[in-house]
Ligand binder design. Structure first.
Ligand SMILES: [Zn+2]
Length: 140
């Protein structure tokens, strides 16, 4: 069971991807929290707009935003070409792995969306290439 199984979550992640203006001079990172309430309903809270290759993650003490549990996070890598890394960077990986607020068992990982592929940074293992970006978003 992944948050990507939820069509609404996929649609909101696709919106963030488009908002990051991939492949243009205005390309910048977007991202957000995928949150779950006590009834199991998922929602997305977007992070403040980032810059070209950086984004600030709001505080999420205890793995929560208010009373909602952070079950996944995501951010975009909208800059195409060889000057920019498409896959998750070492900084990205460390940010997830060294975050004590994301250690809880319900946290799936951080999705990184690039023009080619969607990756998942797992909190205690590796990076998982999820799928081609188009395939993830095609029915969103
Ligand atoms: Zn990144």
């Amino acid at each position: 069971m992944s948050v990507l199984d939820d069509a609404a979550v996929r649609r909101l992640m696709r919106n963030a991807w488009h908002d990051s203006r991939p492949g243009t001079d205005l390309a910048h990172e977007e991202g957000g929290f995928v949150l779950r309430d006590s009834s199991g309903n998922l929602s997305v809270e977007r992070w403040p707009t980032g810059v070209q290759n950086e984004i600030f993650v709001p505080p999420h003490t205890g793995g929560k935003r208010d009373n909602l549990l952070v079950v996944a996070t995501f951010h975009t890598h909208p800059n195409p070409g060889q000057d920019f890394q498409q896959e998750p960077s070492l900084t990205d990986i460390r940010a997830v792995r060294n975050d004590p607020d994301l250690r809880h068992p319900e946290f799936e990982g951080e999705f990184v969306i690039s023009s080619e592929s969607v990756y998942l940074i797992l909190k205690d293992r590796d990076i998982l290439p999820i799928n081609k970006t188009l395939a993830v978003f095609e029915d969103a």
